[in-house]
Design a protein around this ligand. Structure first.
Ligand code: FAD
Length: 397
């Protein structure tokens, strides 16, 4: 908490003025700190007579010498027995961060069966250690069992930081681990770094994407962050690492699992996973109607592409939420992104930053999407798409 030394305080009120959260009230010329205080210490800095100090845990020096290394939690497509690409994206980034710290990078693999080519894949991105918990109960993702396993590993081996994939499963797992370990979590980071105090800097957009926040967790270890698929790049090394595999025996309590697996169903049709597709054809508000949206689906089938949408198109009910691209939707990294009737708002374009090539179709020459496109087509999106459909039919993809 922020404490006030009444003997030093001169009642100038500069602390209350400095507080961006309105968390200090001057009562009888003395500052009173309210519950809305976030311990940012702006008041402490503003006080000309050093009458305020942060007396919370954060003010005390913590000893984190036992905590070392950056971990990445692996995600498997259990149906296909393959490692999801996001796992290697996280592991590559964990390696970069661990190198800055001069520490080791580790992967955490919870499974029944080791995925195809796993050893080679992790060695290629420089992984030093893999902690494997192999158990029939881990045949597929289970909230309770996966949470227990990650927490047990973290307590036993004490990493300085853990990266989670911000996928459906990762978004379920990471906050539970954070709660159980009583540490913070920054979800959906778009970049990571290490500061001079060796803290993990977790960077993510905030206030509707208008500012980027750099978040640190200096008082707790491990530091937890999640990153969406396709945000980070896989960085294969010229010389693969000599990875060490540590099989950890762990008793898992089947009774603790509260969910029962019934069956897995592959998604059908053109509304397939935009995150994995090589070509994504996205429609925005300029498409005009749900009816017109079908032309995107038709072209997607012909081009073996996935259909994406902006939030406005989703809000109109023209497309399902799970194909929304952008800040509150998915991040994509296709070879080709075709943006049809999309203005190019920051909240959308943040999700297509890693697309290799962008073609956009828009009637407005001043549409911001044009400034980031390789090919800009000025015209009515539905007409252009219809002609494109005919051409693809005639000449192939
Ligand atoms: P508009 O901005 O209305 O653009 C329509 C475009 O179509 C215009 O450029 C127009 O010139 C063009 N056009 C019109 N007629 C035609 C035609 N016949 N042919 C060709 N072009 C035509 N948005 C997302 O997409 N994803 C997100 O994840 C997301 N998250 C958000 C999170 C927050 C917190 C907030 C505040 C907003 C978020 N948004 C998101 C919304 C975002 O700010 C924009 O409102 C949205 O992306 C705009 O969608 P749009 O480009 O389809 O529509």
């Amino acid at each position: 908490m922020i404490v006030v030394d009444k003997n030093k305080c001169i009642g100038c009120g500069l602390c209350a003025k400095a507080c961006s959260f309105g968390a200090i009230e001057m009562r009888d010329k003395l500052p009173t700190v309210l519950d809305t205080c976030v311990f940012c210490e702006e008041c402490v800095k503003a006080c000309p007579v050093q009458a305020l100090k942060n007396d919370s845990v954060s003010a005390k020096k913590q000893d984190f010498s036992e905590y070392a290394g950056i971990w990445a939690v692996m995600e498997i497509n259990h149906e296909r027995g393959q490692l999801q690409k996001v796992s290697l994206e996280l592991l590559s980034e964990a390696k970069r961060l661990a190198d800055i710290l001069g520490e080791q990078v580790s992967a955490v693999l919870l499974c029944r069966d080791i995925p195809e080519d796993f050893e080679q894949n992790v060695a290629n991105v420089g992984c030093d250690i893999v902690y494997i918990v192999k158990n029939d109960l881990l045949e597929r993702y289970d909230t309770e069992l996966y949470t227990s396993a990650v927490c047990e590993l973290a307590k036993q081996y004490k990493p300085a930081g853990i990266l989670f994939p911000a996928t459906e499963n990762g978004r379920d797992l990471a906050p539970r681990v954070s709660c159980r370990l009583q540490v913070g979590l920054t979800a959906d980071c778009t970049a990571l770094d290490i500061d001079e105090q060796r803290n993990l800097v977790q960077i993510r957009p905030t206030y509707g994407g208008n500012i980027m926040a750099s978040i640190i967790s200096p008082d707790h270890r491990p530091q937890l962050a999640s990153v969406r698929p396709n945000v980070l790049l896989v960085n294969p090394l010229k010389t693969p690492a000599d990875t060490q595999f540590v099989c950890v025996d762990m008793e898992l309590d089947a009774e603790s699992s509260k969910a029962k697996f019934v069956k897995a169903v592959e998604k059908e049709g053109v509304f397939r996973d935009v995150g994995e597709a090589e070509i994504v054809i996205s429609g925005g508000y300029g498409i005009g109607s749900a009816e017109n949206f079908r032309i995107l689906q038709k072209l997607a089938v012909k081009m073996d592409a996935a259909v994406g949408a902006t939030r406005k198109a989703v809000d109109e009910g023209w497309a399902p939420f799970d194909i929304q691209v952008g800040q509150t939707g998915k991040t994509v990294a296709p070879e080709l992104y075709i943006a049809c009737g999309i203005s190019g708002a920051l909240q959308h374009t943040i999700g297509i930053k890693n697309a290799k090539h962008i073609i956009s179709i828009n009637t407005d020459p001043a549409a911001p999407i044009f400034t980031m496109s390789d090919v800009a087509i000025m015209g009515d999106a539905v007409q252009v798409l219809s002609r494109l459909c005919d051409k693809v039919e005639k000449y192939g993809r």
